[in-house]
Design a binder for this molecule. Structure first.
Ligand SMILES: NC(=O)c1ccc[n+]([C@@H]2O[C@H](COP(=O)([O-])OP(=O)(O)OC[C@H]3O[C@@H](n4cnc5c(N)ncnc54)[C@H](O)[C@@H]3O)[C@@H](O)[C@H]2O)c1
Length: 282
């Protein structure tokens, strides 16, 4: 199926980046969120990002202007009409199912429903949706404008047309699709769990500070230390992913989510997006 229009649902950390990537690739893109303040902030983030890319000579002024024209912002689900939906809303299965079912009622019978979930079972989401064969995972990485990898997550229900179209779309976005089977944390988040959890344990045991661990890991070749990376991802999201993978794998002790991170979530110190996590942000 040919994709002509895309609707990204949820304009937070991930949704705004995915929408920008879609529009930069030339697709008419609707960015939908229930929160109008988030939509305003998304619009200003995207404008700033395009201005930076233009200033660095990575895109032309014309391209930036065209990209902006291709994005429309909406808080009304009735304006969400598209060939493919990429949801990046709250990490809750019931919320994702409810959104997809509302969208299915408003849209044509070939529309594809893609979830950017980091850790929920895409199969369980598909199970609750009216057209499970058109549900797939499209797991982008943060920041979505820059990161090339996208995990394309098939469930036992996903039909060939859906996986073929979704994979082709990822390539059109100038990204690299990796097809994987639906399993807790897919591939990358499963491999990455010990990186975060062991770092948090070192902190809990008083064996390091966040700054020291980040400096060490960065000098060992990691692009970002674990604490800076968790601040970027958002502790609410990172903690939810750790909890979800841990529960789905029958709660192994080695992957038990960290109490320090739980505390960050409870106190609203979510990282870069809230102005403070392990570090403070302007
Ligand atoms: N943060 C990351 O690094 C990262 C990376 C990959 C995948 N993800 C996944 O992407 C999704 C979103 O994560 P995020 O970090 O962007 O979250 P976020 O909290 O920054 O943004 C979520 C947005 O969804 C909106 N929203 C909630 N319910 C909605 C609904 N029913 N309809 C429309 N909008 C709704 C909220 O208003 C909010 O603006 C999650 O599933 C997460 O697991 C996150």
């Amino acid at each position: 199926m040919e994709i002509n229009s895309i609707c990204v649902c949820g304009a937070g950390t991930m949704g705004r980046g995915i929408a920008q990537a879609c529009a930069q690739a030339g697709f008419a893109t609707t960015l939908f969120d229930v929160n109008t303040e988030v939509l305003e902030s998304a619009s200003s983030t995207i404008e700033k990002s395009l201005a930076q890319l233009t200033a660095k000579g990575k895109i032309t002024g014309d391209k930036a202007a065209r990209t902006l024209q291709l994005i429309s912002y909406s808080d009304d689900i009735h304006s969400c009409l598209a060939d493919i939906f990429i949801e990046a809303i709250v990490e809750k299965t019931a919320a994702k199912i409810s959104l997809f079912n509302q969208l299915a009622e408003l849209n044509h019978g070939d529309a594809i429903f893609a979830s950017n979930t980091s850790s929920l079972s895409v199969t369980e989401i598909a199970n609750g949706v009216l057209h499970p064969e058109r549900v797939i995972g499209l797991h982008f990485f943060n920041p979505a404008t820059l990161m090339k990898l996208v995990e394309v997550v098939k469930t036992p229900y996903t039909n060939e047309a859906t996986s073929g179209t979704a994979t082709a779309l990822v390539r059109q976005l100038n990204k690299v699709p990796v097809l994987c089977t639906d399993a807790p944390g897919f591939i990358v988040n499963r491999v990455a769990r010990p990186f975060y959890i062991e770092s948090l344990r070192l902190l809990e045991e008083g064996l390091t500070t966040a700054e020291q661990a980040d400096r060490l890991l960065e000098s060992a070749g990691f692009r970002m230390g674990p604490f800076k990376l968790m601040d970027l991802i958002g502790h609410d999201i990172n903690y939810a992913v750790s909890s979800s993978v841990w529960e789905q794998l029958q709660k192994p002790e080695r992957l038990r989510p960290s109490a320090v991170q739980e505390e960050k979530v409870k106190s609203g110190k979510l990282g870069k997006k809230s102005g403070e996590g392990f570090y403070r942000y302007e």
